[in-house]
Write a protein that binds this ligand. Structure first.
Ligand SMILES: [Fe+2]
Ligand SMILES: [Fe+2]
Length: 259
C-alpha cells in the first residue's frame, strides 16, 4: 500500500457535499482546509488497514466472533470515513487524491503470546489513539460552521466512539483474567505505546493557532488547543481508565519512551 495513489474522486462524486452555508475563505484558508481534509482522508484509510490486521490477530488470539465481527465493521467504518473526508475535500474545491504513506504491518509481538500481543495493539489503537480521536473530532465538530461538515464530523465521531469503546470493553472482559505478571508486562509496554502516541499526535497537530476563524469553521484546527486537549485526554481519561483496570498507566505515561 506504501506509495500507492489513493484516488477517491469517484467515491466523493457519489456522495457530494454542498457547503451552501460555508464562510467566505481566503485562498490560503481554503488550501489549508483542503490539506486538512486530505490528511484525514489518508488517516482513515490507514485506520482501515489497521483494523483489517487486527481481525487476523483476534482470530489467532481466540477472540469470539462477536468481537471479531466488530473489528470487521470498524474496517468498513474507516473506509467510509475516508470517502466522507474525500467528499469534504471536493466540496472545498480540492482533489481527493493523495499518496498513501509507508505503513508497516501492525506488530505481531513475537516475544509474547497471541492474546497479549493483541492486547498491546488494542490498547494502542482503541484505548489510546481512538480515545484521543474522539476528543479531537468532537472539538472540531463544535467549531464547524457549515451544517454538512458538522454532520460529517458527527457521523464519523459516532463510529470513533465505538472504536474506542471496543478496547475499553475488551479490557474490562480480559483484565480480570490477565494476572499480575501479564499486567506488569502490559504496563511496561505502555511506556512505548504512550511515546508513539505522543509523537504521532504532535506530528499531526500543527504547533500554532488556526489561520482564521473561517478556516476553523471548515475544519482547520487550532493546533495549540488541540495539543492541550490531547494532553488533557491522556491525563483525565486514558490514564485513569487504564489504572482502574489494573495497569500502571500513570507511571508508564510519566516514563514514556520518546519515539
Ligand atoms: Fe475513522
Ligand atoms: Fe476509528
Amino acid at each position: 500500500m506504501s506509495g500507492q495513489l489513493l484516488d477517491l474522486m469517484g467515491e466523493a462524486a457519489k456522495r457530494p457535499l454542498y457547503l451552501v452555508d460555508a464562510p467566505t475563505l481566503t485562498e490560503r484558508d481554503r488550501r489549508s482546509a483542503i490539506a486538512t481534509w486530505q490528511g484525514r482522508m489518508v488517516n482513515e484509510w490507514v485506520s482501515a488497514r489497521i483494523f483489517k490486521d487486527l481481525q487476523l490477530q483476534a482470530a489467532d488470539a481466540g477472540l469470539s466472533s462477536a468481537w471479531r465481527d466488530k473489528l470487521a465493521r470498524f474496517e468498513a467504518d474507516e473506509y467510509r470515513h475516508g470517502t466522507q473526508c474525500a467528499a469534504a475535500v471536493v466540496a472545498l474545491g480540492g482533489e481527493a487524491r493523495q499518496t498513501l504513506p509507508d505503513l508497516p504491518p501492525v506488530p505481531t509481538h513475537g516475544d509474547t503470546c497471541a492474546l497479549e500481543g493483541l492486547m498491546r495493539n488494542v490498547l494502542s489503537v482503541s484505548c489510546l489513539s481512538e480515545t484521543v480521536a474522539v476528543a479531537l473530532i468532537n472539538s472540531e465538530r463544535l467549531e464547524s460552521g457549515p451544517r454538512e461538515l458538522e454532520r460529517t464530523l458527527r457521523l464519523i465521531l459516532a463510529d470513533e466512539v465505538g472504536h474506542a469503546r471496543f478496547g475499553w470493553r475488551l479490557l474490562d472482559e480480559l483484565a480480570p483474567k490477565l494476572g499480575p505478571v501479564r499486567k506488569k508486562r502490559l504496563s511496561a509496554w505502555l511506556r512505548l505505546a504512550f511515546g508513539h502516541l505522543e509523537a504521532h499526535e504532535l506530528r499531526e497537530l500543527p504547533a500554532g493557532p488556526a489561520p482564521s476563524q473561517q478556516a476553523a469553521e471548515v475544519g482547520v484546527c487550532d493546533g495549540n488547543e488541540a495539543r492541550s486537549l490531547f494532553y488533557e485526554t491522556v491525563s483525565t481519561v486514558i490514564v485513569p481508565g487504564l489504572e482502574r483496570r489494573g495497569l500502571a498507566a500513570q507511571a508508564a505515561w510519566q516514563s514514556r519512551v520518546a519515539a
